[in-house]
Structures are given as C-alpha cells and as structure tokens.
Design a protein around this ligand. Structure first.
Ligand code: BEZ
Length: 211
C-alpha cells in the first residue's frame, strides 16, 4: 500500500551498517530522511551516497537524521562504503539499512516492478518529529537525486510548521514567503510586524518571519 502525506511512517526493525535500527526509536524526537537506492556497487548510487555524506552537517543543523536503504546485505553495504569513501572523497557517516528480505521496501512501497524488477527505486521520505510523512519523492534509477532540494523542502517544512506562511516556487531560506490564505488581513497584520504586500487578495507576500 502506498504511503501518503500525513500517514504515520511505518515502524520497523532492521540491520544496518551501524547496528540494529528500530526505526521509531532511532528517530526519537528528530526529523528523519529515509531514502532507498536500487543497488550497491552501482555508479549513480555511489555519487548519491557520497553527496549525502558531504551534506550530513546540513542535515544535522536542521535536526534531521538520515538513513539509506537497499535490498543488499550489511556486508555488501560495508564493502561498498569503502568504494564510496575512496571515490567520492568522503566518509559515509550515516546508517545504510540492509533489507535483503524486502520487508522495509514492501512497507514503504519502494519496489515498483514495472520500473525495475525486484530492486528499490529511488524513494525519499521526509518524516517529522511526530513520525508523520511530510514529503515523498520517487526518482527513476537513471537519475541521481538533488539532495539540496531535499534540504530546501525541509527548510520549508520546518518554517511552515511554526509560522502561518507557505513558500513559493523555487523559494529558498531567506526569501519572501506567502501569507497563508486562512489568515485574514487583520490577522496577518498582527502576525507579521514587518507587514505584507497584497498583490491579489489571495496572493500576499511577507518577508520570512523568522529572519
Ligand atoms: C546506478 O545507481 O547507477 C543504477 C542503479 C540501477 C540501475 C541503473 C543505474
């Protein structure tokens, strides 16, 4: 069954390169990113995991734990990590979950047989501290993901969780935001001391409120 936005992220227990992970316990009160890749010892995945390792500090700053997953074994993951570290000039610093029996892949609907047979596609799940799924992404095997985009969405999710704004197309941290339609102009005047510009009654722009 597909996982939809707002669903609780399914819990599971699985082996990883950093020991057994009971997912909900491992997440604790943090945000989380769970992402799958098709297979170990493959070129695009090698670049993706190196990229995530280099961005670990960015995820840490946002209070986000990151875990990768494929249907390979822990031993395969460990062998491949040496190659990633060597070729991507980094040190893989987050757990890679081993899912040879496809238990997690099935729970998260990560196997799309009409795309790739028996391998996980490139799924991404962003999970909030209440264990709710806030973002799902699915990429094909042939296209490496843009993890700067994952960070950008996390910035938006964390901002909009606590402020009455939404973020426009191509927004990035520090850019102007949109006043949510649920707020009246009067309420918006109170909430946003820096003011807002009404381009249309439904399109009101305000400086990012927490900057
Ligand atoms: C890759 O990561 O390079 C890859 C994995 C599976 C199919 C195609 C490419």
């Amino acid at each position: 069954m597909a996982i939809r936005l707002g669903d609780e992220a399914p819990n599971f227990s699985a082996e990883s390169t950093e020991g057994t992970i009971i997912f909900h316990e491992w997440l604790g009160d943090s945000w989380g990113v769970l992402f799958s890749h098709p297979a170990d010892y493959t070129p695009v995945c090698t670049t993706e995991l190196g990229t995530v390792a280099k961005l670990k500090g960015e995820f840490d700053q946002r209070g986000v734990k990151v875990a990768g997953l494929s249907v390979d074994s822990v031993d395969d993951h460990k062998g491949w990590i040496s190659d990633i570290n060597e070729t991507q000039n980094t040190s893989v610093n987050f757990p890679l979950i081993a899912d040879p029996e496809r238990k997690v892949a099935d729970l998260y609907d990560m196997i799309h047989p009409n795309a790739i047979n028996n391998l996980t596609v490139r799924s991404v799940f962003v999970i909030d501290p209440d264990k709710k799924v806030k973002l799902t992404l699915t990429y094909p095997a042939s296209t490496g993901r843009n993890f700067d985009e994952v960070l950008r969405v996390i910035d938006s999710l964390q901002l909009t969780a606590t402020h009455s704004v939404a973020t426009p197309a191509n927004w990035k941290d520090g850019d102007d935001c949109i006043v949510v339609p649920a707020l009246s102009d009067e309420q918006a005047k109170e909430k946003f001391p820096k003011g807002f510009t009404a381009i249309k009654p439904y399109l009101r722009i305000t400086p990012q409120p927490n900057k």
